[in-house]
Ligand binder design. Structure first.
Ligand code: NZQ
Ligand code: ZN
Length: 380
C-alpha cells in the first residue's frame, strides 16, 4: 500500500429535512450570501423556496446568480465572481447538481483570492483562502458535495478540465434524497453511470490497495442492486437515498487510499471532449467511453480486470467477461454505449479524434498516446 493522507473536512448532513440545519451552520457568518442555482429546476420543484426560507430565518441578505448550465462554462463563473465582488458577499450557498456546485467552488476561489477563474483552472496562480461554501445537492452523481474538485468548460480555449484544491471542499453539504425525487429518468441514468465510472477510475489507479478495491466493488454491487429497481420506481425515497450515498462515497476519497495516484481519470479526460464539442451530458459520455477504454487497454489491465470480475461475481471470470459485465449493466439501465447512440456520426468521430490529438487527454496512471486514441475511437 502507498503512503496516503486521509483528509475530508466537509460536514455532511444526510436525510429527510436536513435543510433545517442550514440556519445553525450559517448563523455566525456575515450577512450577505451569494445563492447560486441552475436553469430553473429548483424553482419549479420548490427546493428554492425552502432554501430561501431557511436563509431568511437566519436573517441573511440574499444575492442571487441563476442560470448556470449543465456542463458549466467559465463565462458564468466569471459573471458570478463580478457579482460577488460588487456585492461584497460573505459566504456562498450552491443549490443544484454538480454543475452549480462546481461553479460555486471556483467562484469561491476567484472571489476570495481576487484571481481570474481560468488562471486558477490552469494552475497559473494559487488560491490561498476561501469563504465558507454550503452545497445543497439536488442530483446524485458527481460526488462534488464531498470533494475538492470542480470541472469547467472554456470554448475559447477548447477545453473542459478539472481543478482540485483542498480549499474547495464544501464547508457543509446537505443531502436530502427527497430533493432528488424529481430527477428525470435520463438524468438518473447519467448519475448512475457517473458514480460507477468514478469507482472504476479509482480502481484503475496503480499500486496494491485491497481494501480500496473492495470499497470499489461494494459500491458497484450496491449500485447494480438498487439501480434497476430505482429506474422502475423513481419516486422511491429509500432507493434515491441509496443512490445518493453511493454517489458521494464513490468520489469522496474512500476508494482512493493506498493507491499510486488519486484515480486514473483517463476516461473522464477523453469523455470531457464529447461534452465540450456537443454538450453531451457527462454520464452519457462515460457509458460510451469506459467500455471502449477497457477494451483498448485490455493488454495493460488484464489482471486488474480479472480481479474486478472476481470481486463482483465471486468467480474466476476473464477480463473480457468483466468488461461485458460493466457494459451489459450500462445497457441494462439504458445508458448509451456507442457513439451513434449519442446522435453522432463518423465525421463527428474524426472531429473528436482531432481534438484528442490536440489536447492530449490522458490518465494519471495509464498514460494515453495517439495509438490508444485510435484504438478507443474504433471501439465507440
Ligand atoms: O439546471 P437545472 O434546471 O437545475 O436542471 C438540472 C440539469 O438540467 C437537472 N436537475 C438537477 N437537479 C434536479 C434536476 N432536475 C430535476 N430535479 C432535480 N432535483 O439536471 C440536469 C443536470 O444537472 P448537472 O448539475 O449538470 O448534473 P451533474 O450533477 O451530473 O453535474 C455534471 C457536471 O459535473 C462535472 C461534470 O463534468 C459536469 O460538468 N463533474 C464534476 C465532478 C466533481 N466536481 O467531482 C466529477 C465528475 O466526474 C464530473 O466531471
Ligand atoms: Zn464523472
Amino acid at each position: 500500500m502507498e503512503n496516503f493522507i486521509a483528509y475530508n473536512p466537509t460536514k455532511l448532513y444526510f436525510g429527510n429535512n436536513v435543510i433545517n440545519n442550514l440556519p445553525t451552520e450559517i448563523e455566525k457568518l456575515g450577512q450577505k450570501v451569494l445563492l447560486l442555482t441552475g436553469k430553473g429546476s429548483v424553482k419549479k420543484y420548490g427546493y428554492y423556496d425552502q432554501v430561501i426560507q431557511q436563509l431568511k430565518n437566519a436573517g441573511k441578505q440574499i444575492v442571487e446568480f441563476s442560470g448556470i448550465k449543465p456542463n458549466p462554462i467559465v463565462e458564468d463563473a466569471d459573471k458570478a465572481v463580478s457579482l460577488a465582488h460588487s456585492e461584497k458577499i460573505d459566504f456562498i450557498v450552491a443549490l443544484g447538481g454538480g454543475s452549480v456546485i462546481d461553479t460555486a467552488k471556483l467562484v469561491n476561489m476567484a472571489y476570495a483570492n481576487n484571481l481570474p477563474v481560468w488562471s486558477i483552472m490552469k494552475k497559473e496562480v494559487n488560491p490561498e483562502t476561501k469563504v465558507p461554501l454550503f452545497a445543497i445537492l439536488t442530483l446524485a452523481a458527481t460526488g462534488t458535495e464531498m470533494n475538492g474538485a470542480a470541472v469547467l468548460q472554456n470554448h475559447q480555449t477548447n477545453e473542459k478540465i478539472g481543478y482540485f484544491s483542498p480549499l474547495m471542499y464544501p464547508t457543509a453539504s446537505f443531502l436530502d434524497p427527497s430533493y432528488t425525487l424529481t430527477v428525470p429518468k435520463s438524468q438518473t441514468i447519467n448519475g448512475i453511470v457517473d458514480l460507477v465510472a468514478h469507482s472504476l477510475e479509482a480502481y484503475f489507479s496503480g499500486g496494491d490497495a485491497p481494501l480500496s478495491d473492495r470499497f470499489v466493488a461494494s459500491i458497484i454491487l450496491e449500485t447494480m442492486d438498487y439501480a434497476p429497481k430505482l429506474l422502475n420506481n423513481l419516486n422511491n425515497y429509500d432507493l434515491r437515498a441509496r443512490m445518493m450515498w453511493a454517489a458521494t462515497v464513490a468520489e469522496n476519497g474512500t476508494t482512493m487510499h493506498g493507491r499510486t495516484t488519486n484515480g486514473d481519470w483517463g476516461t473522464h479526460d477523453l469523455a470531457h471532449h464529447i461534452s465540450l464539442l456537443w454538450d453531451t451530458p457527462h454520464g452519457q459520455t462515460l457509458s460510451v467511453i469506459f467500455p471502449a477504454w477497457m477494451k483498448a487497454l485490455k493488454p495493460r489491465i488484464e489482471k486488474r480486470l480479472e480481479k474486478l470480475g472476481f470481486l463482483l461475481t465471486g468467480k474466476n471470470i476473464t477480463a473480457d467477461e468483466t468488461i461485458g459485465l460493466i457494459e451489459n449493466f450500462f445497457i441494462q439501465i439504458e445508458a448509451p454505449t456507442h457513439f451513434k447512440e449519442l446522435g453522432l456520426n463518423n465525421n463527428d468521430k474524426n472531429q473528436l479524434l482531432k481534438l484528442w490529438k490536440t489536447n492530449k487527454p490522458t490518465g494519471l496512471n495509464h498514460i494515453l498516446d495517439e495509438k490508444d486514441y485510435h484504438k478507443i475511437i474504433a471501439n465507440i
